[in-house]
Design a protein. Sequence first.
Length: 347
Amino acid sequence: MSITHRIPISRGSHVSVAVGDDVHPDQELARRRTPLDPQIVPVAAPLRRRPEVAAGLLLRPPGSFVEAGEPIAQASDGRQVLSPLAGLLLAYSRTDGNAIISPLGPEEPILAHVSGRVSGVDATAIVIDVPGAALDGVGGTGEAVHGELVISVDDPGEELRATAIDVGSTGKIVVGGSRASAETLTRARAMGVAGIVLGGVLDKELRDFEAIQRRRREVGGLSGSFGLLLVEGFGKVGLDAGLFAWFERHTGHMASLFGSQHRLYVYDAAPPPTRRSMPRLGDRVVAHRRPIQGRGGELVGFVEGMHMTASGIPARTALVRFEDGRTIPVPVANLEAIESTEAGSGD
């Protein structure tokens, strides 16, 4: 199976790949120049035309690159409007008769960040078919990274500790458990870990980590990229046991992590367990609200009638037997059923 990955490109980008090309994560697909602060250029007034009439006198359509001194509009009586700068003609307003031109910064590469085959190229995006499976999280931060998938905890509810990060973790995407401290995240970043996948993280720890990174960036002390993906939620939230088992089966596979997009691709992998609302008796379920967020178990019964929740709102309630053997009443609205998708292992 394959997953479609879309890479947005801006106007004026120079694409260097075509449909059918195989690409790898470090490969340059295109080059772009980022628009800088735009400048307003009067068009209708210098031509002595109404704004809606002057729109038909433009020599270049919006989205075109113009050179400094190049005519961008011309009337039949010979009057011209010259571009005062080199840049991208972003737009023309039929209301006030002004054009907007933005100078462009230096060229920057657009990297693939994934392995796969190009299936589409147009003015707005490059589309790549990625051979593998995708897992969407609930949060994340950092740049796009790729590396070998490894697990550094023994249990899905275990905290990822700094001592689990060593030189063998360099360049890897590390799967942890219920949380990681700011110290652990900082050590991972310093050791060259590509990325970390967690069930959750405490808000304070994440803020402390980002503050440390910001200070180091200001003094030029950061190098390389780093990404973080949260799968279950915020706080001390362990991975569901079924999902943790899926990670275990795919240890050693290459993966691409997009922290800011909350997504992980695992290559040559079976799809991860999926979830649906409205679980049924006997389903394996996972809770997605505190204080048992991220924990999984079996739905063994329903409470008759409506049951008062901790918030004081009556709700339909299920009885869930969790992995530790305890049976706890949980509002049905706070549960999702887990469905295995392992018809093909992909290993």
